[in-house]
Design a protein. Structure first.
Lengths: 116, 115
């Protein structure tokens, strides 16, 4: 399965600032998924990032708040804009496997953001 | 509205015994189900899956059972080992969409294996 590296692993941010999370995959993948896990909650899909087109956002998430870039098939960024304490979460990047593993998502270790 | 529900936030089991983690879903379109395991400070890792055409899938100590009529699945771990202590997430997807969608997750169950 793919190996996914996320940066930063954790950060403490001030209210009103923005932070960009990077996701690097060791192989080329068509789709990358960004998830959020708020404290005590399930993993919630934010958006699907496709190379060469705009990201597709899930209900409740908007591009102005969570802009996503996907410049090539191995890299994506998620920006959390104008942060508030409610944005304190773990943000996870994931990709689908190939071939027989196409129905399984592989996740990065996550980026734990704390907003003060 | 939670489409995948794990109603037990935590479960404590003695080492060597069977651990049974439960999951319910409401969306009848789901046809592929997965269990993930998550340690602190790590991302979720895939454990085992089952397609809706089956009612059981086994991999070593891990067995997943699916009851489509009840919209219920369970993960059995036997025998339970200390390294099994982690948060377990149930997830579901609709394969008919060509795998284009992400997964829908439950809130997780924290399994604690006691020596």
């Amino acid at each position: 399965s793919a190996v996914i590296s996320q940066k930063p692993s954790r950060d403490i941010c001030q209210r009103g600032t923005s932070l960009t999370i990077q996701c690097q995959v060791d192989s080329q993948v068509t789709m990358m998924f960004w998830y959020r896990q708020q404290p005590g909650q399930s993993l919630t899909l934010i958006a699907t990032a496709n190379q060469g087109s705009e990201a597709t956002y899930e209900s409740g998430f908007v591009i102005d708040k969570f802009p996503i870039s996907r410049p090539n098939l191995t890299f994506s960024t998620l920006t959390v804009s104008n942060m508030s304490p409610e944005d304190s979460s773990i943000y996870l990047c994931s990709v689908r496997g190939q071939g027989a593993g196409a129905n399984v998502l592989t996740f990065g270790a996550g980026s734990r953001l704390t907003v003060l | 509205d939670q489409q995948v529900k794990q109603n037990s936030p935590s479960l404590s089991v003695q080492e060597g015994r069977i651990s049974i983690l439960n999951c319910d879903y409401t969306n009848s379109m789901f046809d592929y189900f997965l269990w993930y395991k998550k340690y602190p400070a790590e991302g979720p890792t895939f454990l085992i899956s089952i397609s809706s055409i089956k009612d059981k899938n086994e991999d070593g100590r891990f067995t997943v059972f699916l009851n489509k009529s009840a919209k219920h699945l369970s993960l059995h771990i036997v025998p339970s080992q200390p390294g099994d202590s982690a948060v377990y997430f149930c997830a579901a997807s609709v394969l008919g969409k060509g795998g284009a969608d992400g997964l829908t997750f439950g809130k997780g169950t924290h399994l604690i294996i006691q020596p």
